[in-house]
Design a protein around this ligand. Structure first.
Ligand code: DGJ
Length: 704
């Protein structure tokens, strides 16, 4: 690359990572990877970029747009009324500190200003990127797209890991070989979605749990999004993430600005486990509303136990048994509020149903608290059923429906519910007042905030209002949290339809999936774990025969899978024998014994194929202990050879199979002789699991 002597270099450092930018007439990424030495040679950094040539006349700047003749996917696109679609954005200056850079751009004709903010976390090395566009012209500017982050990365990143899925099959991973063209993932469903998690990992060929350079990207946003990886003819990979905007959704008047949601990005040379160490630390230290989280109480959620049939005797029985097995938080799910006989009635009427709870919620809450448990409650504030007092009084409070819609028939195929326009002050005030009234007596310690519908179509005043919904939702939750700072919130959207770092800034738990099928949960939880640590991962022991898949699994397998998250029970435990109750209690006790490790350690995935076998673990930050799960997914009478990642190679460990996990899978019975950490990690152990849907739990203690 020819020298550009006037180009100023900015070198951000943090968390063992360097990010170098060159700023001249445009700003471009020179390097982003493991930390470089101080005073690194600028010429050398520039030489790492490809030469310009006929296939790539310019190296993509941080804000590639059409005005400079850049012919790839622009990072900014829009149009001023009356003309002006291809601004030539010049970098006007950069303010930089050790971990931050703020690069101001202006269009040559003065019509637009764009600021790119990059913030590299000193501890975790995770980068946070945002952009802000301001209309400086006299005419309105119709913004079509503004990426929160746009980075051009080297060609050696030739594989991507994307998250796919569906309801009850969230966070399914797929590897994609990158080649010419664009890998595009979009979400137009108005909430984060089950099928298009806003995250991607790019890595060098063959990257794995412990191997290879990887770059992870995530958009911290609970609405529509767009994520793309474009490969240029010279092999450069251009990654962009941002909010997907519908036509007319953002029109900036003179002087008005649009700020993108934050994109997060991390790089690590140690494969997916290295990346996870960064993303988990970042969630723990920077994203969660409370740091550190309080000890995560074991849940019992009544949904799959009794559904809508809330009856006092049944609830008291469940409360009694929950306390006996060691549950610490008892959660009343859907069905408690006015007129909620089934899913077609009641949403919007947020006070206790007079038939089911004649004396309100207080007596049940007090029964829960008398047993030493916390009381939690389900709500779904954003929606209203046409069959509700709220809708009858304020049919105009919902977002616009397609014209001539019969409310009883719309939306087709979804529950009979509409999305409220939270952008109207009276709607937000109504919801705040109703939830505030529930929380004010002080006996509710936790809300499960559900959202069982896409926010689509989302129109207000004849214009698209998707982003407005997400922003006003955040505002409502923030207001409630400010008024009730001790109440925890779980995010749920028919399972894992709203899991992202935007909602996680205001919630402490994610309901990851409505599938409690332990077999399916293994891949769901594995995919989820790339960007979320175990303590926010709601994981329940469901009934023996899973409600949504009909698969039968024994308690040991179900509990072993739930053990590694924020554990809970979602099962009618009134029907359990004394022996089963004792078994369940023993699993809960095992979780509590290792809770500090599980929720504070370093998560690792084991390099197994995910088809025949899978596994994961958590290692204490100092390597002194670890807990692993190895599971068989198909029947095959051959042991599983597995390398236990994350251990101290210089240490000596004793491997134990803790009660009540079944033993028999290891040659030594329940306890091994002292074994070298290097042997266990580098060469591995053979785990004798032959039958599908069986798992072994291993606890390792360093003894030397
Ligand atoms: C969907 C959630 O994912 C379930 O856990 C449950 O709360 C139901 N909604 C209740 O309607």
């Amino acid at each position: 690359m020819s020298a550009r002597p006037t180009e100023r270099m900015v070198h951000l450092r943090g968390g063992g990572v360097s990010l170098a930018l060159g700023v001249e007439d445009t700003a471009r990424l020179l390097y982003w990877g493991p930390a470089l030495p101080e005073g690194v040679d600028e010429g050398g950094l520039r030489a790492s970029l490809p030469e310009s040539g006929i296939d790539a006349p310019m190296f993509p700047p941080l804000l590639p747009a059409s005005g400079w003749g850049f012919w790839g996917q622009p990072a900014l696109s829009g149009r001023h009324d009356g003309g002006g679609w291809a601004p030539r954005l010049r970098a006007m200056g950069v303010e930089a500190t050790a971990g931050r850079a703020r690069i101001a751009h202006e269009a040559e004709d003065g019509s637009l200003a764009v600021v790119v903010d990059l913030d590299l976390d000193a501890g975790t090395g995770v980068l946070r990127a945002c952009a802000e566009v301001t209309n400086r012209a006299a005419e309105p500017y119709r913004l079509d797209w503004c990426a929160s982050l746009c980075f051009a990365l080297p060609a050696f990143l030739d594989e991507a890991l994307v998250s796919e899925g569906a309801y009850i099959r969230e966070f399914q991973e797929r590897r994609v070989a990158l080649g010419a063209g664009v890998l595009l993932r979009e979400n137009r469903r108005g909430r984060t979605s089950h099928d298009a998690f806003p995250g991607v990992v790019l890595g060098e060929r063959g990257f794995g749990a412990e191997r290879g350079a990887v770059y992870g990207f995530h958009l911290g946003w609970s609405g529509n999004h767009r994520l793309l990886v474009e490969t240029r003819p010279d092999g450069t990979r251009i990654v962009q993430l941002g909010e997907l905007l519908h036509p007319g959704e953002v029109v900036l008047g003179p002087g008005e600005s649009y700020r993108t949601p934050p994109a997060y990005a991390a790089v690590d040379g140690g494969g997916l486990n290295g990346l996870m160490a960064r993303t988990h630390a970042h969630v723990r230290q920077r994203i969660l509303p409370r740091q550190p989280l309080r000890t995560r109480p074991v849940h019992l959620n009544i949904w799959e136990a009794i559904y809508f049939a809330h009856e006092k005797g049944a609830l008291l029985d469940l409360i009694d048994r929950a306390a006996k097995v060691g549950v610490e938080r008892f959660v009343i799910d859907d069905g408690w509020f006015h007129g909620r006989v089934n899913e077609r009635a009641g949403l919007g009427d947020w006070w206790p149903d007079e038939g089911k709870y004649p004396d309100g919620l207080a007596p049940i809450a007090e029964a829960v608290r008398a047993k030493g448990m916390e009381f939690g409650l389900w709500v779904e504030p954003e929606n209203v059923n046409p069959n509700s007092e709220l809708y009858r009084a304020h049919p105009d409070w919902v977002m616009e429906l397609p014209q001539a819609t019969d409310p009883e028939r719309w939306p087709p195929g979804q529950w009979r519910q509409f999305v409220l326009d939270l952008g109207r002050a009276e709607v937000a005030d109504y919801l705040f007042d109703k939830i505030d009234a529930l929380l004010r007596p002080g006996y509710i310690g936790y809300l499960k905030w559900d959202m069982n519908r896409d926010v689509a179509p989302a129109g207000v005043g004849g214009e698209p209002a998707y982003g407005r919904h997400t922003r006003t939702l955040y505002g409502l939750i923030d207001r409630l949290r400010a008024a009730h700072p001790d109440v925890e919130i779980e995010t749920c959207a028919s399972g894992g339809g709203r899991a992202d770092w935007g909602i996680l800034e205001r919630t402490e738990r994610v309901w990851v999936s409505d599938s409690n099928d332990a077999h399916d949960r293994l891949s769901i939880q594995r995919g989820f774990s790339l960007f979320f640590p175990p303590e926010v991962m709601g994981a329940h022991v469901g009934r023996e025969r899973c409600t949504v898949t009909s698969r039968r699994n024994d308690l040991g397998f179900r509990a072993a899978v739930a053990l590694f998250g924020h554990m809970g029970v979602e099962w009618d435990i009134r029907a359990l024998s004394q022996e089963e109750l004792a078994d369940l209690a023993a699993w809960i006790a095992l979780h509590k014994r290792h809770r500090a490790l599980l929720h504070g350690g370093r998560s690792v995935r084991l390099d197994l194929d995910g088809v025949e076998a899978t596994g994961h673990g958590v290692v204490a930050p100092d390597g002194a202990e670890a807990l692993y799960l190895v599971a068989r997914l198909v029947t095959r009478p051959a042991p599983i050879a597995v390398r236990l990642a994350g251990l101290d190679p210089e240490g000596t460990y004793v491997v134990r199979v803790p009660e009540p996990a079944p033993d028999g899978a290891l040659p030594w019975g329940r306890e091994s002789p002292p074994l070298s950490g290097r042997l266990l990690g580098f060469y591995g152990v053979r785990v004798g699991l032959g039958r599908l849907d069986t798992a072994v739990v291993l606890h390792l203690e360093r003894v030397g």
